[in-house]
Design a protein around this ligand. Structure first.
Ligand SMILES: Nc1ncnc2c1ncn2[C@@H]1O[C@H](COP(=O)(O)OP(=O)(O)OP(=O)(O)O)[C@@H](O)[C@H]1O
Length: 357
């Protein structure tokens, strides 16, 4: 598949305006969403992340009116799905494809029949259906699996069928509900790159929900962090990953952080025990000051006896960000402020001391 440049259109495509949603619980109301306000831009890959119960599914499902807000409204190109009659809603849902964690394929139908079904339901002519299914199976790399049944496919192949079926009406939005949560890491990567290719080739707005920050890092342009039904943080992925502001974001990012390796953590002393001990410093780079990377010269401020212990930089949407753990002689250590300034680190912290040997 050819890789096209990223989409340039940034007009609001989907607008959430004071959206709230409550459900009747056993003894009280469950407030699944509260005062949610944000826009999703045309042509972007937008991620919604949050822990279990944060309200992600509820939020996603208001876009195609599988859920109706209790307060506020959602608009897709100015149209509020909650206000549509049955026929208009069917038409809107054709403009909004959806894929699911467990694929939701019909097990008694072949791959071709699964993909063709929405077109049959819409009363499309057989010749048109055939051409469209051929085209979509080629797009998702399953041209040779048309006669297979779902049980004969791997998880990744099943999700490809789900994607083909979701695209059958040529939608402008693709909703992805934990689309890779049931897949192994390698298959996850291949599905994510297929989604990214589709986003660029078809200029499709992709909205995905996940509890996995690695998925957000892999393909999203922007991310919204949801907790207890409220927006905690929203922004470009590299900014949110480089300098997470909300406690909920920091907690979600924790597994991706380059923490102190356990062997080093065991050796760490709160104070130097002799003049030969070494200070262990953590330097974080958020990707804004030096998006192109870190000149090694900047690290020279740490002195010629500094040792890089652990860590590295990731490149995210054209921004280098990450963390380095460095040890350097504790004696004669410049002030942390001076070191932060000369290394260009966004955050520099003295973690403790280790013995020189
Ligand atoms: N149909 C419903 N009836 C009652 N409560 C519901 C209903 N759907 C969701 N909830 C509640 O609303 C809250 C948000 O649920 P939601 O499924 O949107 O969260 P989520 O972030 O998608 O969670 P998960 O990652 O576990 O799927 C939860 O407290 C949930 O129990």
């Amino acid at each position: 598949m050819t890789t096209l440049p990223p989409p340039v259109q940034l007009a609001p495509h989907i607008v959430f305006d004071g959206v709230g949603k409550s459900y009747a619980g056993r003894s009280s109301q469950v407030q699944a969403l509260s005062a949610v306000n944000f826009d999703i831009h045309h042509g972007e890959v937008f991620g919604i992340i949050g822990r279990s119960g944060a309200g992600k599914s509820t939020l996603l499902r208001t876009i195609n009116a599988l859920e109706t807000p209790s307060e506020g409204r959602v608009q897709i190109h100015g149209v509020d799905p909650a206000q549509l009659d049955e026929n208009a809603l069917v038409a809107l849902r054709r403009r909004i494809g959806m894929i699911f964690q467990h694929f939701n394929l019909l097990s008694a139908k072949t791959v071709r029949e699964n993909v063709a079904l929405p077109l049959r339901v819409a009363g499309e002519r057989p010749a048109i259906i055939k051409a469209r299914v051929d085209e979509l199976l080629a797009l998702v790399g399953l041209s040779d699996k048309g006669q297979a049944y779902p049980a004969q496919l791997s998880g990744g192949q099943k999700q490809r069928v789900g994607i083909a079926r979701a695209l059958v009406h040529g939608p402008e939005v693709l909703l992805c509900d934990e689309a890779t949560s049931a897949l192994d890491p390698e298959t996850t990567q291949s599905i994510l790159s297929l989604l990214r290719d589709i986003n660029r080739q078809l200029r499709l707005t992709v909205v995905l929900i996940t509890h996995d920050m690695a998925v957000i890092r892999a393909i999203c342009d922007r991310v919204l962090v949801l907790d207890q039904g409220q927006v905690q943080e929203i922004g470009e992925v590299w900014r949110v990953f480089g300098a997470p502001q909300a406690a909920a974001t920091q907690a979600l990012l924790q597994p991706l952080q380059q923490g102190l390796p356990p062997d080093l953590a065991r050796q760490l002393l709160p104070q130097p025990s002799s003049s030969a001990d070494r200070a262990v410093l953590s330097l974080r780079f958020a990707g804004a000051q030096r998006p192109q990377g870190l000149p090694l010269q900047a690290l020279a401020a740490l002195g010629s006896q500094a040792t890089l212990l652990h860590g590295g930089l990731d490149r995210l949407r054209g921004h280098s960000l990450g963390q380095l753990l460095v040890s350097t002689p504790a004696t004669g250590l410049p002030s942390l402020d001076a070191l932060r300034h000369s290394t260009g680190a966004d955050h520099l912290e003295l973690l403790g001391y280790v013995r020189a040997d």
